[in-house]
Design a binder for this molecule. Structure first.
Ligand code: AMP
Ligand code: MG
Length: 400
């Protein structure tokens, strides 16, 4: 029996390097992983500019009390530059974002002045007010986004503000997914007596896409040694990662581990966890291989624990940890010591803190428990039964 932590470390240690980079238009960058540090080629903003619509003035002209009248010598919309320097006694009408004219250092907001013809009357104001300084957002030469960052809308906005139309990101890891089992039927096809519809392949495909992979669908393989071997071998020629589900427990027809033992280096583990105990992991040629359990909950969970961090590392992501936090258990949860247990939970905020209860029956075939839930409740190896009021660790499911 191997611990969850050791199994995770083991699979991650097999990823020596990320996949190759590719150049993409910025418009296709969402969710991708930056492949190199991004440095600012210039200051942002590139010049001191106005934070408000108003009047640019010289601070020497600002009255300490009362008001003072200045002559308006120009009107400066955003995007235009005033060529001549402001002289004492003058003001320039300026719009938000317009560069501060030479000689000016302060902007007085429109609603704080009274304008009459070519004259404007200004009140007291602190020197430098309403001026956004050159480089206050980003200064030239600094790394603004580090390699390994996942690009969110705000990163794309920052990259665009630096003038880059393209970005170097890691290509998506290619993942081939195969279901196994004579009893597994394709949705849309008639279901024979004794058959169940394939749930895992669809769930795993979505999970792979959610964490940035590109899927090749290998369909369903029957419980037949030769056909299984041929499909898997074929998949490993083009995929970075091959995932199967089913066929890894100890039943007579559990061929995956046998076939894989012949094709590559495969570790077959009993992982000290519930659900999801049996798991095969290893390499076939250049591909990473994962034989996940057949029960849908176990399949999804082992994907999240062992495959997702590998996909993230292959994609060059810097942060591989899953986000989680503490919550108060609102019900008793039976728990065996010596293994890590994962329950599907419903997390909510109440009474000034996060609270969690389970979704009900926790059998590893109950797909609906993952639909009803919004988090995993993770109960550590050395923990026994959970009592109401105990603190437990929760990891929210990823949102789409
Ligand atoms: P196995 O490890 O192949 O014995 O599978 C364990 C359980 O998971 C059995 O009840 C299978 O019928 C079920 N199962 C296997 N593959 C799938 C699948 N793709 N979708 C839904 N259930 C599955
Ligand atoms: Mg099977």
């Amino acid at each position: 029996m191997i611990s969850v932590r050791d199994a995770q470390n083991h699979v991650l240690s097999r990823v020596a390097a990320p996949v190759a980079p590719e150049l993409l238009p910025l418009t296709r960058g969402l969710g991708r992983v930056l492949a190199q540090d991004l440095r600012a080629p210039f200051d942002v903003p590139p010049a001191d500019n106005s934070a408000v619509d108003g009047y640019a003035v010289t601070s020497a002209d600002i009255p300490p009390a009362g008001t003072r009248e200045l002559v308006v010598v120009a009107d400066l919309p955003a995007g235009t530059v005033h060529e001549t320097a402001l002289r004492p006694g003058q003001a320039i009408r300026i719009m938000t974002g317009a560069p501060i004219p030479a000689g000016a250092d302060t902007v007085i907001a429109l609603e704080q002045v009274t304008r009459e013809g070519a004259r404007v009357r200004i009140p007291p104001l602190a020197k430098g007010a309403n001026v956004r300084l050159r480089g206050e957002d980003v200064s030239a030469g600094t790394v603004v986004i580090e390699a390994g960052a996942v690009l969110r809308p705000q990163e794309l906005g920052l990259i665009a503000s630096l003038g880059f139309p393209e970005i170097l990101v890691r290509r998506r890891p290619r993942v081939a997914i195969l279901s196994t089992g004579d009893e597994v039927a394709e949705p849309g096809e008639p279901r024979q007596a004794g058959q169940i519809y394939d749930s895992n392949r669809f769930m795993l495909r979505a999970a792979v896409e959610q964490c940035g992979g590109e899927v090749t669908d290998l369909g369903i393989a029957p419980d037949d040694r030769d056909r299984l071997r041929a499909r898997v071998l074929d998949a490993t020629r083009s995929a970075d990662v091959v995932i199967t589900s089913g066929g890894v427990s100890v039943g007579d027809y559990d061929l995956v581990k046998e076939v894989l033992g012949q094709l590559g280096t495969i570790d077959f583990w009993q992982v000290a966890m519930q659900p999801g105990r049996p798991l095969a992991a290893g390499r076939i040629g250049d591909a990473h291989f994962f034989g996940l359990p057949g029960n849908p909950v176990a399949s999804m969970l082992t994907f999240a624990l062992f495959v997702r961090p590998v996909l993230w590392k292959l994609a060059g992501r810097r942060h591989l940890a899953t986000r989680g936090f503490h919550a108060t258990a609102r019900e008793a949860m039976p728990k065996k010591r010596g293994r890590r247990e994962f329950k599907r939970g419903v997390l909510s905020y109440g009474d000034g803190g996060w609270e969690v209860r389970t979704t009900g029956p926790q059998g590893s075939g109950i797909v609906s428990s993952m639909v009803a839930g919004n988090c995993l409740i993770v109960i550590e190896e050395d923990h026994g039964d959970v009592q109401p009021g105990d603190t437990v660790w929760v990891e929210p499911f990823a949102d789409l």
